[in-house]
Ligand binder design. Sequence first.
Ligand code: HEM
Length: 507
Amino acid sequence: MKMEGIIGQVEQLAGKTEWAAVGVALVAVVVGLVLWKCSSGLKRVTPPVPPGSLGWPVLGETLELLSAKRANIADQFYKARVAKYGEVFKTHLFLDPVVSVGGADGNKFLFSNENKLVQNSWPPSMIKILGKDTIINQVGERHRKLRRIFTSNFFNPEGIALYVSRMDAITRDHIAKHWEGKDSILGVPTVREFTYSVAADIFMSLRETDPRYRALSQTMEDVIQGVLQVPINLPGTVYHKGWVGRGNMNAILDTLISERKQELEQGKASSKKDLLTMMLTTPNEDGIMLNDDQMKDNVNNMLFAGHETSSSTMAVALKYLYLNPECLKKVLQEQREIAKDKNGAPLDYSDTRKMKYTWQVVQETLRLQPPVQQAFRTALQNFQYAGYTILKGWKVSWASDRSHLDPKYFPNPEKFDPSRFEGSGPPPYVYIPFGGGPHICLGNEFARTVIMVFLHHIVLNFEWKLVDPDETICIDPLPIFSKSLALQIQKRPQVPNSYGRHLLIDP
Ligand code: HEM
C-alpha cells in the first residue's frame, strides 16, 4: 500500500501541476524573504550559527535528503555533512532553516531542553488533520497534564497487562483469517490489518462484525495519507481526502463515544473496557475531564501514531528473521519455551517480558529501520550549543540514522546483530527509535507487547520465505516495501503430545 508522502508532495512542488507551480512561486517569494531575513541575522550573532549550507532557495537541501531517503541511505546525507562541518550543522529542510544535532551529546541536549530552549514542532498540515487537541500538538504544562491522563491508567505496565489476553485472542483470530490455509500473502497489508484490528478493539472495542470497523479503517487510511501533503484543501487533492476522512472519522467516533457514555451510565461498561472508557473516566490532575473533541483528536492521534509504526516494524522484522536464520532459530527456541509452560493458555504480560531475545531482534530491527527517522523542534529563543548560536524560530532536528548507523556506537553498523542489546545495551541517548524527552513515544510499551504477541504466534505456527529477498525499502516518510513484502508461507510441522495439544517439531 503506497503512501503518497513527502516525496509526492515535493514532486508536486517541483511543478507537476499548475497549482503546484503557483504554490511554488508564492512559497518562493515568502521563503526568499525569510531566507534573506535569516541570512542578514547570521552576520550579527556571536558565536556564529553552525556551519553548513542552506542549499537552494525555497527547497534548501530537501530534495537531497528526500532522494537519500528514497534510496534508504539517509545516513549518508548526514555523514557527508558531519564529515564536512562537524556534529552540529545547519541545513534547510521542508521550508525551514534547520540545525541538525546528533550523537549522544546532541540527542541528550535536545531531549533535555524540551520546553526550555526548544519546543515540539509538527507541520501545520498535520495538526489541521490530526486536530489541535492532539497530544503531539501540546507543549509544556498542557502536554504534561494530558500525557499524565494516558500514562496513569492505560499506557503503563499494569494498564497494558489488562489487555494482553485480548491481544492474544485477536492475534489467533487474525492468523485463522489471514494466514491459515494460504501459501502466499502480502506481508505489508496483512500486518497493517493486524495492527488495525488490535487498535480498533483495544482503543474502541470495535470488532469486524460492526460496519463501523471497515468504515473507520478507510477513514484512517485517508487521514494517514493526507497528513504529510501540501495543504491545498481542494477536491481531488490527497490532503482534501484526508480532511474529509477526518470528518468521517469524527462522525464514527461520536457514535462510539455516545455509546460508551451510555454504557458507563448504565453500569454496563467499566473504565477498563478500552481506551475510550479510560478517557471518559479519567480526570486530569486538576479534576477536569476531557471533552469530546479532545477525545476524538487523541483517538485519531493514537491510531495515526501507532498504526504504521508498529506494522512497519513487524514487516521489517519478518524480513530480517528470514534473512538471518540463526536469529530465527533462537527466537523459535525462546517462543517454544514460553509455549511449553502455557499449554495453550493465552499469553499474559509477564510472558511478553520473558521474550528477551525476541525483543532484542525487534530492537535491532528498529535500529536498522526505524519507522520514525527524524523529528523537529523549534528554538524558543537564541541560545548557544557546542560553540554556536542557534537562532530563535529555527528548527532543531534529531535523526536516529545519525547515531544508529555510527560505528562509534554500533560497530559494524550494517550487520543485523541482536546481541548488541544484551546486558545494558548501547550507551544512553544513541538508540532512539522512540525519540526521547517529554515527547518520547507514549505507546512504546504497548507496541512492544503487541509485537511480541504477534511474533510468538507467527513464529510458532509458520515458516515463511521472502518471494524477493532483494526487495527494496524506501522511506516516504516511513519505510515502504516496493512490492509489499510478498511471502510464501507454510504451516510449521507439528505433532500431538500426550495432552492432545500440538508439539512443534524442529525444521
Ligand atoms: C514500533 C512502534 C513505534 C515507534 C517506532 C514509535 C516512534 C515514536 C517516536 C519516535 C515518537 C517521538 C517523536 C518526537 O520526538 O517527537 C513517538 C511519539 C508518539 N507515539 Fe509512537 N511509536 C510507535 C508506536 C506507537 C503506538 C503503538 C502508539 C499508540 C498506541 C504510539 C503513540 C505515540 C504518541 C501519542 C506519541 C506522541 C507523544 C507525545 O507527544 O507526548 N506510538 N512515537
